[in-house]
Design a protein around this ligand. Sequence first.
Ligand code: ATP
Length: 250
Amino acid sequence: MVDVPESHPRYESLLTRHRIEDGVEKGITSQQGLIAQGRGEAFDYLLGEETIPSADDAARAAAAHLLLADHAVLSVNGNVAALVPGETVDLAAATGADIEVNLFNRTEARMQAIADHLRERGAEEVKGLTADGRIPGLDHERAKVDADGIGAADVVVVPLEDGDRAEALADAGKTEIVVDLNPLSRSAQSAAVPIIDNIIRAVPNVTAHARELRDADEDRLQAIVDGFDADETRAAAERAIREGTLQRSD
Ligand code: ATP
């Protein structure tokens, strides 16, 4: 991994790029993952590369949903595995959620490489390899999930997800938490809880909220869920991107 000094003004962005490059080299991330990262970076730049207050509210609502869930699953694709593997394992531990590898461009080699990468960071069980369930409304390859994983989940976290699959999961009646820097993407639009933030910041932030809410009773968690407004969250992010007061960096 290339050494980037923390004092560099674009430290986090450069670190992110290196993690994705490294993911491609290790066979974890697909080449399309590089393009997805570039799209995300542009939105993050316009957001000021920070967690805006509406994204923090969404992270808290996501934590409340995960703690209330009967069966929550964190879906991991190649970009998620490259960018936040250990942070995903921490979130699963803080909320009792399962981890499932779920790829748009599914190959057995990549499924296995990602599962191994997560296990090296402490994941005890990684689902997704059985693929004995299907999400209705998607073609065969894209529809594959574990029947006792995403197939049986009531709450799913789907970061950086393709729009078709995000819509199909929502249509299947799952409460969907999406992490996506584009508030206008179909994934963000179909989410019950859209977290418009960089996954590098969002996942640890949901974990921090979950730890803080660990002893909260059901009524308190339900009040957080009920008080969350997904449309207002998307609108706040869009406003920040369109009207933001970003300063020139040169
Ligand atoms: P949709 O179909 O949902 O409209 P898409 O399938 O065209 O979107 P992709 O090009 O697959 O989207 O990119 C995935 C999404 O992930 C993009 O909306 C991008 O902004 C977002 N994204 C990429 N990197 C990150 C990141 N590090 N954190 C959060 N979101 C990201």
